[in-house]
Design a protein around this ligand. Sequence first.
Ligand code: SF4
Length: 377
Amino acid sequence: MDDKLALYIHIPFCLRRCNYCSFVSHDGRQADIPAYVQALKHEIEINASGQQVGSIYFGGGTPSLLSVGQLGDLLKTIHYRFEVDALAEVTMEANPGTVDGAYLSTVRTLGVNRISIGVQSLDDKELALLGRIHTSEEAKDVVELARNAGFDNINLDLIYGVPGRTTDQWKRMLDEIANLHPQHLSLYALTLEGNELLSLSIEAGQVEAIDLDKTADQYELAEDMLKIRGYSHYEISNWALEGYQCKHNMVYWQGTPYLGIGVAAHSYISGRRFANTSGLDSYLAASKDGGLPVRGMEEEIGWETALAEAVILGLRMTRGVNSGDIKSRFSVDLLDRYGSQVKELTGLGLLESDKGSIKLTSRGRLLGNEVFWRFLP
Ligand code: SF4
């Protein structure tokens, strides 16, 4: 297993808050971006001591609200303070409506070699319902602009289970998406926690509720259609053409170390998990005082939890969890330790065993949480 550090940088700014958003991000605070970039540089300098870095990921929020100067400044600091692999995967999330061709070309020249575009839907009515700032044409244009700028590793984010979407609409949308020839696709079910604008509209009866059966049907349709188009379904929410699995996200699922920089960023280093404050003001204040951003949560991961997490995260991957890997990492036999869970879940049609590995079935991928809690200590 590769133990190089994965570096995540959180950019918590957006032009406008989407109606379904529950991420840590602020609209109307762009004036704070210069101070925030300084604070990020400060945190990088405190945390770095020349560790090897295998991937860098600018996530958000909307990282494409950074100017090319600010992005270049951050990358320079990272390269100065860490030993970044020559072949490191460097991803930036970009939202349509915030980038043009010149911006993307400069970003590519600065060393970003993977771009993740928040398309979410190719239906303008749905985009309006979701509160996105762009149209479907603008989203498609960004894919073209990114390709022309030299990006040959493009991810598109899409949402399924949008209220009112029919199977036919979703089928057409998936065809259209595949015709854009992205190397990678991340598909997420629309999930609401209750306090988003869209939740309130549903509660008020202005928008129809999310239909879980339709959501499941759309997921299964995506599995079938993307397979035909040559995408391998390598993780519950992720599909890729051969050779384009996201290296950075694999780190989360394989339990290797990652360092999160910025507001609400999480880290996992030497068996210890910690998170930064999720408040933008407290983050900026801590940096101004010269300290580390307040740690919101610190946790020592014991053997029992580490084993359970290895199984749960491993099951997210389509290849599943290999008993040999578990044996070499934890000196325990997977089936001795979890025999009753495996038997029960296999009986329910959620899990299957194959050549020394356990993996989710297609139904298990739909009902992942039903499976995962059974492995918790
Ligand atoms: S772009 Fe993403 S982070 Fe920003 S408001 Fe929309 S969903 Fe939230």
